[in-house]
Design a protein around this ligand. Structure first.
Ligand code: A3P
Length: 282
């Protein structure tokens, strides 16, 4: 991702620290209606001035915990067959992207059903906190904040709607995907990605079963068991993040095992209200 080695100037730090924060998520800042981690905000704001695109750049975008790791693997596999190009991924809302990306680059966006996204985030965040010897996470508090739209890179509904509306107005620029359709038929999604990226699978590749082989390589069990996924860690916001946390359970509907029916109904009713009239369905 395009986040490495960007340090904030004193003026920028001052600006970021002047933005609204939240006591439960001290690193988040509210910027143009989205809750963005401070370091990411520095990166997002500096991209506008410094990002130089290359002709064949493809960007992958999503809210956290909606399937970015899987999408990256699928996109890399599709693209790497033919040519090497730069694949970059981020959680940046569409309205905060620099003009050079919006005007001329292809973006693949993935969204996920909000109850499952919340569950995945809670599980991830809780493991992250306990791994780093910080306190465990109270699901009721996190739920309350989620429903009040205080979410890392959120609000989730607005995040998805911005990409959704752009995909309707220019389907050559944005391919809008759902995690659930990737689960349902990953090979079909992979073909759509290949077409979108201008590198369709040939008849020969199809007859050799290349698509199925690539989806198998990118499957949950396959990625989870790669040596690097099991043992490596990275650092984010000063915390150690085990790569294994990116592969928890995978699949659709795990929320029923962690949320009450009442919590489910609450998220559903927010979703219904937020998406009304947009044509977007999770
Ligand atoms: P769960 O927590 O519900 O299991 P992200 O990569 O955006 O952080 O999303 C993480 C979610 O994607 C986790 O969901 C994780 O298990 C799931 N995931 C990761 N790789 C996957 C794969 N190859 N197939 C299906 N789901 C995958």
């Amino acid at each position: 991702a395009y986040e490495s080695n960007i340090t904030a100037t004193e003026e920028e730090e001052h600006f970021i620290s002047s933005l609204p924060s939240h006591k439960y998520f001290p690193t988040l800042r509210n910027y143009k209606k989205f809750w963005i981690p401070g370091n990411d905000l520095t990166r997002i704001r500096s991209m506008e001035k410094t990002f130089v695109r290359r002709p064949a750049d493809v960007f992958l975008a999503s809210m956290p915990k909606t399937g970015m790791t899987w999408l990256k693997a699928l996109a890399f596999a599709v693209f790497h067959r033919k040519q090497y190009s730069r694949l970059l991924s981020f959680h940046t809302p569409f309205s905060l992207l620099p003009g050079s990306i919006v005007d001329a680059c292809k973006i693949i966006y993935v969204c996920r059903e909000p109850k499952d996204t919340f569950t995945s985030f809670w599980k991830f965040y809780n493991s992250l906190m306990t791994d780093n010897n910080i306190c465990g996470v109270d699901i009721d508090k996190l739920f309350e904040l989620f429903c009040a739209e205080v979410q890392t890179f959120g609000p989730l509904w607005e995040h998805a709607l911005e990409y959704w509306r752009e995909s309707l107005s220019d389907s050559d620029k944005i391919l809008f995907l759902r995690y659930e359709e990737m689960i349902d038929d990953p090979a079909k999604v992979m073909r759509r990605m290949a077409t979108f990226m201008g590198c369709e699978f040939s008849e020969e590749e199809e007859s050799m079963g290349v698509v199925e082989e690539l989806t198998r390589l990118c499957s949950f069990d396959s990625l989870k068991n790669v040596e690097g996924s099991k043992n490596e860690s990275s650092i984010y916001e000063g915390m150690s993040v085990k790569k294994s946390l990116l592969y928890r359970k995978g699949g659709v509907g795990d929320w029923v095992n962690h949320l009450t029916p009442e919590m489910g109904r609450t998220i559903d009713s927010i979703t219904q209200e937020k998406l009304a009239g947009s044509g977007l369905r999770f």
